[in-house]
Design a protein around this ligand. Structure first.
Ligand code: JE8
Length: 244
């Protein structure tokens, strides 16, 4: 998978060189290209923003540098185009389902906005030749798109074959597989500062262990994410999409 990230803070994305994503890049599973938007400015101050039409607080990112950046990264006459992901608090929710969908793409480009956002015409222009998704990583406001790109790239990259050591773990984790939150995990020592590992986990009885883990997943989901439990109940009761 090819990944292109355009930002005015390329150093923010240095974390992509670390850990699993970094290893995936070094192994060739990921081809990560960081681009400084200011490469496509032509004034002495390397200006990327201007005042908003219609008034209002803050500044808006100018369309010209973005248009030149997209044309340089994904030439309009090129054989293929990327899927462009634009982080924004006004976007569709980034979910595990969307992460799996994006992990199947051969080429993703991420546009990191700053200030009050990117001139809306940039997404319209890009949409003339590539799929554009405006996506939000959660219901809170950040100062720019870089953190969101780090979140999305990690969530996507770990789904790629060969990136994580044990692909089986993907099916048991929260927001995947059965739709429940994952059960609590423990390791040695069996007793630590007066806190013991649940006896069932030391029993060696795999049937009881599986039952306990499922019960813990249901308990946690009911406590923390009752919305997921309702959806899970519908699926278990066979009321999922197939029947609707
Ligand atoms: C006060 N204004 C309001 C509009 C956004 C301004 C900052 N900003 C500029 C570009 C940009 C990109 C993403 C996000 C963002 N915030 N929260 C999320 N879940 C995001 C995601 N994905 C935020 C951003 C701040």
């Amino acid at each position: 998978m090819r990944l292109d990230v355009v930002t005015i803070f390329p150093e923010y994305l240095a974390a992509l060189d670390v850990s699993l994503v970094g290893k995936a890049a070094k192994s060739g599973l990921l081809d990560i290209n960081l681009h400084d938007l200011r490469e496509w400015t032509h004034d002495r101050h390397r200006t990327v923003d201007d005042t908003p039409y219609g008034g209002g607080a803050g500044m808006v990112m100018k369309p010209e540098p973005w248009g030149e950046a997209l044309d340089a990264i994904a030439p309009p006459d090129g054989p293929t185009q990327p899927r462009l992901i634009v982080p924004t608090p006004a976007g569709r929710p980034f979910t595990q389902e969307l992460a799996y969908e994006l992990a199947a793409e051969p080429w993703l480009a991420f546009a990191c906005g700053r200030y009050e956002g990117i001139d809306a015409r940039v997404a319209s222009y890009a949409g003339e030749r590539m799929r554009v998704d405006e996506v939000s990583i959660g219901d809170y406001v950040l100062n720019g798109g870089e953190v969101a790109v780090l979140v999305m790239v990690e969530a996507i990259a770990r789904l790629l074959p060969g990136v994580i050591g044990n692909p089986e773990s993907l099916s048991e984790e929260s927001h995947s597989g059965d739709g429940l939150l994952e059960y609590p995990v423990y390791t040695k020592p069996p007793t630590w500062r007066g806190h013991d590992v649940p006896d069932v986990l030391l029993s060696g009885n795999h049937g009881l262990i599986a039952e306990w883990r499922h019960e813990e997943s249901v308990r946690r989901t009911a406590e923390r994410r009752p919305d997921l439990l309702a959806a899970w109940g519908d699926v278990v009761a066979g009321k999922d999409d197939a029947s609707s």
